[in-house]
Each structure stands twice: as C-alpha cells, then as structure tokens.
Design a protein around this ligand. Structure first.
Ligand code: GLC
Length: 547
C-alpha cells in the first residue's frame, strides 16, 4: 500500500508544456519538465488523455485507445516519457475513458454502417411512440442525452457530448476489448490508471423517464458496476501487477466508494468523489453561484474521512483538477493572501487520510483565468452553458460572472513556467490564453524563492513519506462547531497530529487541546507559529502539531 505515502501530480498535457511551438502542450514537453516534478517530490503523474481524438472534449472523446494523437506526439514519445519518468522513480498513470468513446472511434463508425456486432457496442434504443428520445435524461454538458440517427430510426445514448457515445458494458465483447487496452498499456510500463466517470458504466435494464431529476439516479453506481469493475481489474491483472488505480466517481455515496476501494473487494485503490466541491453550488446547481458554505464543507469532509476509514476505503484527496476552478480563487483569497490561503488549503487536505493529488500549477499558486469575453473560452461545456444560461434569460454580465467562477477553462490556461512571453509555455500561439498574472506567478520564481507555495507543497509531500501518522493514522474531527476553523487530529501507534486551518482572512481565537500545548510544530504557513494554549490565528493561518 505504498500509495498511502505517495502523492500524485495531475498533468493536462495540452496546457503543460509545448516542445514544438504549435501552441499545444505535448508529451515531449512533459518529459522536459520531469526534473521539476522530481524536485517537488511527487511519485506518480496522472496524464489526462492524449490518445487519438477529435478533441471535442479535449481528448475525453477517444477515437483510438492504442495510438497517440499526433498533436501530442508519437508512441515513441510516450514510451520515452514512461521510461525517463521511471528512471526518476515516477510512475505514469493513464486516463482511461471507458464509459464512452468518440463517435470517430472505428467501433462507432461500424455501428453507423449498420453492423449489428458494433451497434451492440453502444446503447441504441427506439424512439418513444411520438418519435421523441427514449428518455428525458439530461446530458452532463446540457441538452437531452440521446442523439437521433434517422437511418436507423433509433437514438444512441450520450451522457456527455453527442460525439461521446456511451459504451454498452452489458456486452461481454466490449468488456474484453477494454481489458485488452489495459494490458496493452501495462506492457508499455505504465504504473497505474485513472478511470474516467467509471461509476456510470452500468446502465439499468429498462430505460425510463426520470420525473425527479436528470436521470442520474438510474445509472450512477449502477446495478452491475461492482461486478464489472471486479472483472475488469481481475482479468487485466491490475492488482497483481501493483497498478495504482483511481476511479472518478460522479455523484456517488460513501457505501459505494468503500466497495470500490476496500482492498478486499479487489476493485480500485481509491476514489475521487465531488460532494465537497459543490458547497458553493446554489441549490446543488453548478450554474448558480453562492459563497462557500463552510459548515457544509466541514461536515462533508469529516463525514467522508470517517466513513471511508470505518469501511477501510481510501480517498483521493484533492481540490483541483482539469474540471474544477482553481481552489485558490475559489475558497482562498488570491488577491490579499495568495500565499497564506494557498498553503492553508493545501495543508487542510494533505494531512488527511488518503492520497493527495496536486493539479498542475496548484503548487505555484495559479489562479482562475478571469476571462472577459466568450471568445477566450474553449471548453465545450462552458460554450454550451453560455448559450443555455442566456436563453434562460440571465443577463449577459451575470452569465460572464458565472463562467468566471465555474468554467473548466479556469484550470486549463497554460502552466506558467517563467516570465518570458507566453509564460514559457510555448514559442507559438497558445491554444488558450495565458493568465495575465504569469509575470509574478510562475514556476521559475516559485522554485527560487524558498518561502514560496512550491516549497510548502514540497514539504507537505515529504512529511507524508516521513510520518506514518499522516499516511496511516486514524482521523478525528476537532472543533466541529467552530465556524471559522477546520481542525482535525490523526493518531497512529502512539503518535498524534493536530491540524488547524483558519479558513478565513480574519483573525480568530482558538484554544489548543492540552496534550498538544508546547509540542513540536511540524509545519506552519506563518514562521513564528507556537503551540500555545490560547492562539489567535492570523488570516488563513494553518499549522500542525505533532507529539
Ligand atoms: C470526466 C472528465 C471530464 C470529461 C468527462 C467526460 O468528468 O474529467 O473532463 O469531460 O469525464 O469524459
């Protein structure tokens, strides 16, 4: 269970580093930056998809799982990256998008030629008697989740974009195909996999309208999902081969995540869940803004920590990824306390029970994009919702404000390497604009300055390796009623850790439990932190005491 001491770094290759000046990041660009990642101290790199794809969803629409999209490089570049990373002790994790394929995939093309074998790889259904879609389910990217094919007088299911057709996991041949893909990549030397929206793979036996919601209750953590995952992992040897695996679990439950990640179930190593990232969704709706509900956030994080521990499950710990806005802009204060709040947020999750994930640029305090015009946005979801929200009658300036907070493009602006043109990301024209703040916020500055967010992340990553209490300790919520402070303790074989995080930019008083008074400060984001009985926490102050 080495992954309990390890940290994963997520790379969105398109926006990481461009080696050939075409404005798109590529695999060689990743290889060129391995030493930077080594210095940070991470153990795995999860790369989002770089397989052949029309890029309607930036690679999450895969047309060929065994070949590299020429925009990202060649198979040789991929093999070279795997081996160079390996030499530095860094494992490569690939992103497997197995809920759906691109409609450009040869399976789907054959299905569209009417080949019954391949039609059964997907989910084609007859219209309702009035000709409308088989169900009223809503696509995650907006609109109905079914696309009509006139020549068959049938619809196919797409839970995401209409160019992302859902695979029919009921068909054993589909499952065999997917196992072969996993074997293919294991033979190339990868060390793990992230499985995209993998709790959506098992669809119900009968398709019916959802009169309570958007349809998700019928296919989320679906009836045969555990059976399919067990079979996939067993037959492709993932556990025997020591692969680290993480499933992206959309709208899931603790009970299901325990089953997905408890080693006895022989499914995955760990799960991403997202409830803690909906605490600023008004009425649970991503496209309605409200300030962060801090008490809800506390309760959710505590509930998942305790619940997963009780069931011997394992959490992936994260704030940021390529689908989320930057946490520093979201829950921190990127204007007045960029360093303090970035470090507080990092401490909060890195010292919890689980495996931390760092999303590219998070470790140097990158912020939201703050785009002002729709022409700057590239993401299919953002573009769809710009239209949907305006059609709902929301004034355009409000729609812009929503996108500035919620768009997935916030995290997709190019990695800021240095203060040269285009932040050193490309010598060409970047596919998406570089954030204007790159002259100050960049990796070059961050590495040189020993007091930077980068060095703080480096320390957190190292502490997990050095302290068993962080990796293996039990979790206990502390100061549960405090409306400003998030606190918890950990315990393992007689060692104890106490973590305090002031979530706000104002001072607040706490009193430390007696047993920690005068003990060693393991890490803190203000230099002179002391483990005193009565402490006035400064804006976004955090520290951990160990005994
Ligand atoms: C996951 C990915 C996201 C993608 C979607 C469809 O949520 O993280 O980027 O758009 O799945 O594949």
């Amino acid at each position: 269970m080495e992954f309990k001491k390890q940290t994963v770094y997520q790379i969105y290759p398109k926006s990481f580093n461009d080696s050939n000046g075409d404005g798109l990041g590529d695999l060689k660009g990743v290889t060129d930056k391995l030493l930077y990642l080594k210095e940070l101290g991470i153990d795995y790199i999860w790369l989002t998809p770089f397989f052949v794809s029309p890029q309607n969803d930036n690679g999450y629409d895969v047309a060929d799982y065994r070949n590299i999209d020429p925009r990202y490089g060649t198979m040789e570049d991929a093999e070279n990256l795997i081996s160079e990373a390996g030499k530095l002790g860094i494992g490569i994790m690939l992103d497997m998008v197995f809920n759906h394929t691109s409609t450009e995939h040869e399976w789907f093309k054959k299905a569209m030629e009417g080949d019954p074998k391949y039609m059964d790889y997907y989910i084609f259904r007859d219209p309702k008697p009035d000709g409308s879609a088989p169900t009223n389910w809503v696509s995650k990217f907006g609109g109905n989740a079914w696309e009509y094919v006139p020549k068959f007088n049938k619809y196919y299911l797409h839970l995401f974009d209409k160019t992302q057709a859902d695979l029919n996991w009921e068909n054993p041949q589909v499952r065999e195909e997917l196992k072969d893909i996993l074997k293919f990549w294991q033979n190339k030397g990868v060390k793990g996999f992230r499985f995209d929206v993998v709790n959506l793979i098992s669809k119900p036996d009968a398709f019916e309208d959802d009169f309570e919601g958007d349809g998700r209750r019928f296919y989320t953590d679906g009836i045969r999902v555990h059976q399919y995952l067990k079979e996939l992992c067993r037959d492709s040897g993932l556990n025997e081969n020591g692969m680290v695996t993480v499933g992206e679990m959309s709208s899931t439950t603790i009970d299901n995540c325990i089953r997905y990640s408890n080693p006895e179930e022989k499914e995955l190593s760990m799960c991403f869940s997202f409830h803690h990232l909906k605490v600023d969704y008004k009425n649970g709706n991503k496209w309605e803004l409200q300030p962060c509900d801090f008490m809800a956030l506390k309760n959710l994080l505590n509930k998942w920590q305790i619940g997963m521990e009780e069931g011997n499950g394992w959490n992936a710990l994260f704030w940021c990824n390529h689908d989320q806005p930057r946490v520093l802009s979201r829950f921190g204060d990127d204007k007045n306390y960029p360093t303090e709040s970035a470090e507080m947020l990092a401490t909060m999750i890195h010292l919890m029970r689980g495996t931390p994930y760092v999303y590219q640029g998070e470790e140097i305090g990158m912020t939201n994009a703050y785009f002002e015009d729709i022409s700057q946005y590239k993401d299919v979801e953002s573009l769809n919702y710009f239209k949907i929200l305006k059609d709902e009658g929301i004034p355009e300036d409000e729609v812009y404000e929503i996108l500035r907070c919620r768009s997935r493009d916030n995290s997709r602006t190019p990695m800021q390497w240095d203060n040269s043109e285009n932040a050193g990301f490309t010598t060409g024209t970047p596919w998406i604009e570089v954030n204007k703040n790159y002259k100050t916020i960049n990796a070059d500055n961050a590495v040189k300055n020993k007091n930077s967010v980068f060095h703080y992340y480096k320390k957190l990553i190292a502490l997990r390796k050095e302290n068993d209490v962080i990796a293996y300790g039990s979790y206990k919520p502390e100061m549960e009623d405090n409306t400003n402070v998030f606190a918890y303790s950990r315990e393992y074989e007689g060692k104890k850790l106490f973590v305090v995080c002031n979530f706000y930019g104002t001072e607040t008083k706490i009193s430390l439990p007696d047993e920690f008074v005068g003990k060693e400060i393991l890490i803190s984001n203000y230099k002179d932190a002391k483990a005193e009985k009565e402490v006035t926490l400064r804006p976004f102050e955090t520290f951990a005491v160990i005994k």
